[in-house]
Design a protein around this ligand. Structure first.
Ligand code: NAG
Ligand code: NAG
Ligand code: NAG
Ligand code: NAG
Length: 520
C-alpha cells in the first residue's frame, strides 16, 4: 500500500509539472544559433568557452552538454544549442555575442522535376567517375568520406574526394532520420545535390540523352574539379544549424569553392546562416556561389543576396524541345515538352477538361485543371484532354482514366520543358484560346501530339527563366547584384539531369538594376 501511495505522489508531481509547462512557465527549448564573429584564436578551447557561455543560462554540466548541438570554430566562432527564448535573449546580451537566432528551416532550390523525370543521380553515376583524373588527390585536402546508410568510403574516389553529413540540427528538431525516402548518410535520396554537383564539376558522360532526346556529352563546367559533398538537407529541409556546420567544416577541409542551391526567404544577414557561413568562407579565400531561388517572376524575391556571395539566377539554355500539336483543321501549334512517346493512331478525340465536368463531383469547378475525380471519365478515355496547369497533376489523372494525351495550358509556357507520364505538350494561354475555339467550332474535334524535336537556337539565350527569383535586392537595395547566369550553375534541373551538353559558360547579367536618381 505504501508503494502505491508513493506512485500516486510521483504521478501528481508529474501532473503539476505538466500543468506548469502548459502555462508556459517552462517553455520548450528550440535549437538556436549563437553567432560570435571571427574564428577563435584557440580553436581547441572554443567548445569549453561556449560551454561557459551556456552555463550562465543553464544549470549544471549535464544540461549544458545536452543542450549543445554544434560547436563552430574553424572559420567563425559560435555554436548551436537548445535554448528557450528567454535563455536566447540573455545570451544575445553577453559580450562577444554578435547575434542569436532560432535555427530555421531552408529549402532546396529545386522542383519536382526528378519525380516527373523518374530519374535518379547516384554517386555511382559516371558523372562522378575518376577515370579522367589520374593524378592523386592533392595532399592539402583534409576532408574525408563518412559512411552511413547505403554509402561507404568506397563510394569516394579521385573525383568525389569527400562526403560528409550534418544531421544534428534536423534530428534535434524533427527526431531521428530513418528511411524510406532518406538515407542517414551522405547519399543523396532526392537527386538535387548530385545534380548540382555534377553540373558544376561532373566528369564527361558520352551519349547521354533522355530516351534519345538531346543526345550529347553531358559534363560539368570544370571537369578537372574534384568534388566534396556536404549533405545538410533531410527530406528536403535544411536547418541553419546544419548549414553552418557544413560551411565551417568545408572551409576546414580546404575546399576552394562552395556552390549551394538552398534558400529561405530573404533575411537580415546576422540571422542568415548562408550569409554568415559564406562571409567567413570568403574571408578564408573560398569563393561562394548561391542560387537566387525559384520564386519568380515576382520582383523582390531573390534570396542569398549578401554582397560577398555570387547570386545565381536560373536561365534559359540554347536548346528548345518542341512537341507539336496538330489539330483536325490542320493548324499546328508548337508546344514545349520533353515528350518521347509517339501516339499510335493518327487522330484522337479532343476535349477540354472544363467542358467535361462531372456535375456530381463536389469539386466539379476544378475540372478545368483536370483535377482528380472532377471529369466525366467516359469522355477522358482515349481522348486528348486540354487541362490548365497549377492544380494537381493533370497528366496523372488523365493517364489513370485511360486518356491518350494532355495539352497543358501553363503560364510558364515555353520557358520550361517538363516530362510527363503520357504524351503531353505545353502551350501558353494565347495558343490555348485558339485550341479551345477549334473544339467549339466542330462536332468532332480531333488532335495529335507529336514527339519532341530538339533544336539549338541562340535566340533563346541569355534569358532569365520565368520562374527564377528576381531583384531588386530586398535586404541591401543600394547594392546592384551582378548575377552569373551560366550553364555551370544553371540551377534548373528542368531540362536535364546534366545541363552541360557540350555547352560553354558564361555570361554576366545585371540582375537588380534599380536606378535611383540620388545615386547621381
Ligand atoms: C462553381 O462555380 C459557380 C460559378 O462560379 C458557382 O456558382 C458554384 O457554386 C461553384 N460550385 C462549386 C461546387 O464550388
Ligand atoms: C461522376 O462522379 C460520381 C461521383 O464521384 C461518380 O459516381 C460517377 O461515376 C462520375 N461520372 C462519370 C461519368 O465519370
Ligand atoms: C466554347 O464553348 C463553351 C460552351 O458553350 C463556352 O463556355 C466557351 O467559352 C467556348 N470557348 C471558346 C474559346 O469559344
Ligand atoms: C534612393 O536612395 C535614397 C538614399 O539611399 C533613399 O532614401 C530613397 O528611398 C531611394 N529611393 C528609391 C525610389 O528607392
Amino acid at each position: 500500500m505504501a508503494c502505491i501511495g508513493k506512485w500516486t505522489l510521483l504521478m501528481s508531481i508529474a501532473l503539476v509539472c505538466g500543468c506548469s509547462a502548459i502555462l508556459g512557465q517552462s517553455e520548450k527549448r528550440k535549437v538556436h544559433i549563437v553567432y560570435m564573429g571571427n574564428s577563435p584564436a584557440n580553436p581547441e578551447k572554443a567548445t569549453s568557452l561556449y560551454q561557459k557561455v551556456l552555463a550562465k543560462v543553464l544549470s549544471g554540466k549535464e544540461e549544458v552538454a545536452r543542450s549543445m548541438v554544434y560547436s563552430y570554430a574553424a572559420s567563425f566562432s559560435g555554436f548551436a544549442a537548445e535554448l528557450s527564448t528567454t535563455e536566447a535573449a540573455s545570451i544575445s546580451k553577453m559580450p562577444g555575442v554578435v547575434s542569436v537566432f532560432p535555427s530555421s528551416v531552408k529549402k532546396l532550390h529545386t522542383t519536382r522535376s526528378w519525380d516527373f523525370l523518374g530519374l535518379r543521380v547516384w554517386p555511382e553515376s559516371e558523372s562522378f567517375s575518376d577515370k579522367y583524373l589520374p593524378d592523386p588527390i592533392p595532399s592539402r585536402w583534409k576532408g574525408t568520406c563518412v559512411s552511413g546508410d547505403s554509402f561507404s568510403s568506397s563510394n569516394c574516389n579521385r573525383k568525389l574526394i569527400g562526403a560528409r553529413m550534418f544531421p544534428n540540427g534536423y534530428e534535434q528538431n524533427f527526431g531521428p532520420i530513418t528511411g524510406p525516402g532518406e538515407y542517414r548518410s551522405p547519399r543523396d535520396a532526392e537527386g538535387h545535390g548530385s545534380h548540382t554537383a555534377s553540373t558544376a564539376g561532373g566528369s564527361s558522360v558520352k551519349h547521354a540523352s533522355l530516351f534519345g532526346l538531346a543526345e550529347g556529352t553531358a559534363r560539368g563546367g570544370t571537369q578537372t574539379a574534384r568534388i566534396a559533398a556536404y549533405k545538410v538537407c533531410w527530406f528536403g529541409s535544411c536547418t541553419d544549424a546544419d548549414i553552418l556546420a557544413a560551411f565551417d567544416e568545408a572551409v576546414a577541409d580546404g575546399v576552394d569553392l562552395i556552390s549551394s542551391s538552398i534558400g529561405g526567404s530573404p533575411q537580415d544577414y546576422f540571422s542568415d546562416s548562408i550569409a554568415i557561413g559564406a562571409f567567413h568562407a570568403v574571408q578564408n579565400g573560398v569563393f561562394v556561389s548561391s542560387s537566387a531561388g525559384n520564386s519568380g517572376p515576382s520582383v523582390y524575391t531573390a534570396t542569398n543576396v549578401a554582397p560577398w556571395l555570387t547570386t545565381v539566377a536560373a536561365s534559359s539554355i540554347d536548346r528548345k524541345f518542341t512537341s507539336s500539336i496538330v489539330l483536325g483543321n490542320s493548324l499546328p501549334y508548337k508546344g514545349v515538352a520533353l515528350n518521347t512517346i509517339s501516339l499510335s493512331n493518327p487522330w484522337y478525340p479532343l476535349v477540354s477538361g472544363e467542358a467535361i465536368r462531372n456535375a456530381s463531383s463536389p469539386l466539379a469547378n476544378f475540372s478545368k485543371y483536370c483535377y482528380d475525380g472532377t471529369m466525366a471519365l467516359d469522355k477522358v478515355k482515349d481522348s486528348i484532354v486540354v487541362c490548365y496547369g497549377g492544380v494537381g497533376a493533370p497528366d496523372a489523372t488523365v493517364l489513370a482514366a485511360g486518356g491518350a494525351g494532355v495539352i497543358l495550358v501553363d503560364s510558364f509556357d515555353k520557358s520550361v520543358g517538363f516530362a510527363f507520364s503520357l504524351p503531353c505538350s505545353v502551350v501558353g494561354t494565347a495558343d490555348a484560346k485558339h485550341i479551345l475555339k477549334y473544339i467549339n467550332s466542330t462536332s468532332f474535334p480531333v488532335a495529335d501530339i507529336l514527339p519532341s524535336i530538339t533544336t539549338v537556337d541562340d535566340s533563346l539565350v541569355p534569358q532569365t527563366a520565368i520562374f527564377s527569383s528576381r531583384g531588386p535586392n530586398i535586404i541591401t537595395p543600394d547594392i546592384l547584384k551582378v548575377v552569373l547566369i551560366s550553364k555551370i550553375y544553371l540551377q534548373s534541373p528542368f531540362l536535364f539531369p546534366f545541363d552541360c551538353f557540350d555547352n560553354e559558360i558564361t555570361f554576366l547579367y545585371v540582375f537588380t538594376a534599380r536606378y535611383n536618381s540620388s545615386w547621381g
